[in-house]
Design a protein around this ligand. Structure first.
Ligand SMILES: Nc1ncnc2c1ncn2[C@@H]1O[C@H](COP(=O)(O)OP(=O)(O)OP(=O)(O)O)[C@@H](O)[C@H]1O
Ligand SMILES: Nc1ccn([C@H]2C[C@H](O)[C@@H](COP(=O)(O)O)O2)c(=O)n1
Length: 221
């Protein structure tokens, strides 16, 4: 099987940014699994499928086609059913909905095969919450990125502000904290480091320093 670098962690810990840089450095494919949950949430919102309509969500998941276009200078562009929806997926409304549907076991099961199909030669960098624990438990490399909620909220604030969104730091912090609780306390595939993961707190590290730590870790193994 092609090698996998599983990159897990809470919202805003840098998985997407760092994952894309690592994928480009290795020349590997990149999977943004959060985009899959956000994509399903966005589709559900746009088709008025409720967060508790499990059969409706599973049907949407099974018919969803998602392509992730890695960029050298920006977040990966996400295409769903033929349409680029990157900015729609990053809204707090979509993130909230994603976090509500993510605990549903049959929804997760419907999205599992789609994620595993991304494991292709020469390798895959996969970012999410359960890459190292559930989706790719046999991954060669497992990294769990973390940072304080305050730092993550500030990073998200700066990111959204630079894209012209009208954002409120206190509300972002509240939303990140609520999502942390939901993601880590759910019964199905909770957010947690795999037993064999390298846990890296990025609160005081620059993006380049985080990438260097991961490269050192990979090269040592
Ligand atoms: N070590 C770092 N230092 C400074 N800024 C960072 C660092 N890591 C990430 N960032 C910035 O924080 C923001 C959030 O990062 P990113 O979107 O990669 O997080 P994420 O973990 O993928 O979040 P989510 O799970 O919600 O998709 C981005 O603007 C990114 O550039
Ligand atoms: N492997 C994954 C990826 C994401 N989720 C859920 C949890 C998040 O609240 C939501 C959006 O993810 P993000 O884009 O913020 O990384 O999707 C999950 O349960 N499992």
């Amino acid at each position: 099987m092609p090698p996998v670098l599983a990159l897990d962690g809470p919202s805003g810990s840098g998985k997407g940014t760092i994952g894309q840089i690592c994928a480009l450095k290795f020349g590997w494919h990149y999977l943004d699994s959060g985009a899959i949950y956000r994509g399903l949430a966005w589709l559900a919102n746009s088709k008025s499928v409720a967060a508790d309509d499990v059969a409706g969500l599973v049907a949407l998941a099974e018919s969803m086609s998602l392509v992730c276009h890695v960029q050298t200078d920006d977040v990966a562009q996400i295409e769903i059913n033929g349409r680029i929806v990157t900015d729609d997926l990053r809204t707090e409304e979509t993130g909230e909905m994603a976090s509500k549907i993510a605990p549903l076991g049959s929804v997760r099961a419907a999205l599992l095969a789609m994620q595993r199909r991304c494991r292709r030669t020469p390798g895959l960098v996969a970012d999410g919450r359960d890459m190292g624990t559930v989706v790719f438990p046999d991954a060669e490399f497992k990294v769990f990125l973390t940072a304080s909620a305050e730092i993550r909220a500030q990073r998200r604030f700066d990111q959204l502000k630079s894209k012209g969104f009208d954002v409120n730091l206190a509300r972002l912090l509240e939303s990140i904290q609520a999502r942390d609780v939901r993601d880590s306390s759910r019964a199905e595939s909770p957010l947690k480091p795999a037993d064999d993961a390298y846990v890296l707190d990025t609160s005081a590290l620059s993006i380049d320093e985080v990438v260097a730590c991961i490269m050192d870790h990979v090269n040592q193994r």
